[in-house]
Write a protein that binds this ligand. Structure first.
Ligand code: GLU
Length: 442
């Protein structure tokens, strides 16, 4: 069973990098008929806010990434407590009493001697009597996970074989003196308890993974598979501050459709080309960590806008019916959508259909447009009036190409460009067509 999780800390809004991580977890689970879980990492009660939890849910729903289950770390403290007690009993977690100032001083001394600033495990040398004395003095310990000297290795689905030497790492602090949890251990306890098969996250977590691989083993579990993704960069190729502020609210304001975000984020940073799609099924079917590169993925808002337009050109009416002007039906949507870069622009073309339209007629087009009004009165309107109109006018006026079409488009729409006239004319209809041609000819 493939089980993935997206595990945001609800301390702010999701940004585009988070959305990408969520998407890939969702896609991998969907591809394998597995489960995609939302885990709210809210062990930090001070910084976590309920409004951000709600925003995470709303953002995922908007993108169509519906979780198959949701868990909150803040309701799982009892489990962390009992697994922590096991690790203390087995000696893999130990109390340490140094103050931040003492640790800082140790690091400075090590660095001054040209040594790596690794925790010296002085706390492991304390006797029971030493500890009792410290505690009697009111010093509360924080807790460290004791790394074993075994080499740490995993086959990362994106980065390939990874090796870490625990001798170069400090025993990580897993719990603070006030009893609160740091991220590392609860995450592992949850991944075991929830049967997570694949941990998909940013490469900023690679060194956490090195420690966590040993935590899985210390808790008697095989580590899951890991896929660490190269981070996103802005279009300039630099890690950009702006990316951190781009989230669903911004994209919605810009008229970006969720399918455009899914289409783009599914593929940037991979060897596969971006394919704008309304239905993500083909992207899911083709999703493969082997396609991901080690180089940062470039996120370009200009590219997103282009993908968005291509998505809109495919969007079926049912998916926009509640966002287009009242009265606008499927035929009008189908006629208009090839010209849109945002759904909201449909209202502009709907006004063109409904009228009134204002147009400037060039002097030497007046007679031609008067002729067009006459032809429009005679043609059959039930099948393809545009070809009937232009066919008859071509024969009668000896105009062709632009001099034939452009004055008609201007008179009928007030624009030089726009949706296919063959699709628009039946929507404008006989009466309005005649009236607009009469007005332009006058
Ligand atoms: N809450 C962690 C974060 O947002 C989760 C990392 C993980 O996926 O394990 O970075």
């Amino acid at each position: 069973m493939i089980v993935t999780r997206f595990a945001p800390s609800p301390t702010g809004h999701l940004h585009v990098g988070n959305l990408r991580t969520a998407l890939h977890n969702w896609m991998w689970a969907k591809k394998h008929g597995g489960r995609f879980l939302l885990r709210i990492d809210d062990t930090d009660g001070e910084r976590s806010e309920e409004r951000f939890v709600d925003a995470v849910r709303a953002d995922l729903a908007w993108l169509g990434l519906e979780p198959d289950g949701e868990e909150r770390q803040s309701s799982r403290f009892a489990l962390y407590e009992s697994r922590f007690a096991e690790l203390v009993a087995s000696g893999r977690v130990y109390p340490a009493y140094e103050t931040p100032q003492e640790l800082d001083l140790k690091r400075k001394i090590q660095l001054g001697r040209g040594l790596p600033p690794i925790y010296d495990r002085a706390a492991l040398a304390l006797s029971d009597a030493d500890r009792a004395k410290l505690e009697a003095d009111g010093v509360r310990p924080h807790w460290r996970f004791r790394l074993s000297p075994d080499p740490i290795a995993w086959d990362d689905l994106i980065r390939g074989p990874q090796r870490f030497d625990s001798a170069t790492m400090s025993d990580p602090v897993v719990r603070r003196a006030d009893g609160s949890w740091l991220y590392l251990l609860p995450s592992v306890i949850d991944d075991i308890d929830m049967g997570i098969s694949h941990v998909v996250r940013g490469e900023d977590h690679v060194s956490n993974t090195a420690a966590q691989v040993q935590m899985f083993e210390a808790l008697g579990a095989a580590p899951p598979a890991f896929a660490h993704e190269a981070l996103l960069t802005g279009s300039e190729g630099k890690l950009s501050k702006r990316l951190g502020s781009l989230g669903v609210a911004h994209f919605r304001d810009e008229g970006i459709e969720p399918q455009a975000i899914v289409s783009l984020l599914a593929r940037i940073g991979t060897s596969a080309p971006v394919e704008p799609v309304v239905d993500p099924a083909p992207l899911i079917a083709a999703f493969d960590f082997a396609h991901f590169g080690r180089a940062p993925a470039r996120f370009d808002e200009g590219e997103l806008a282009g993908v968005n337009a291509k998505v809109i050109h495919q969007l079926p009416f049912a998916q926009v019916a509640d966002r287009v002007p009242a009265g606008m039906g499927e035929a009008a949507w189908d006629a208009i959508r090839p010209n849109l870069t945002r759904v909201a622009e449909a209202a502009d073309w709907w006004r063109v259909i409904e009228g009134p339209v204002a147009s400037d007629t060039a002097e030497d087009d007046r007679a031609f447009l008067a002729q067009a009004a006459e032809v429009a009165r005679d043609i059959a309107w039930n099948s393809d009036p545009w070809h009937a109109l232009t066919g008859a006018l071509k024969a009668a006026s000896e105009r062709k190409g632009k001099p034939l079409f452009l004055p008609l488009r201007r008179a009928l729409t007030g624009h030089d460009q726009g949706p296919d006239m063959a699709a628009l004319l039946p929507l404008i209809g006989r009466e309005r067509t005649i009236a607009r041609l009469d007005a332009a000819a006058a």
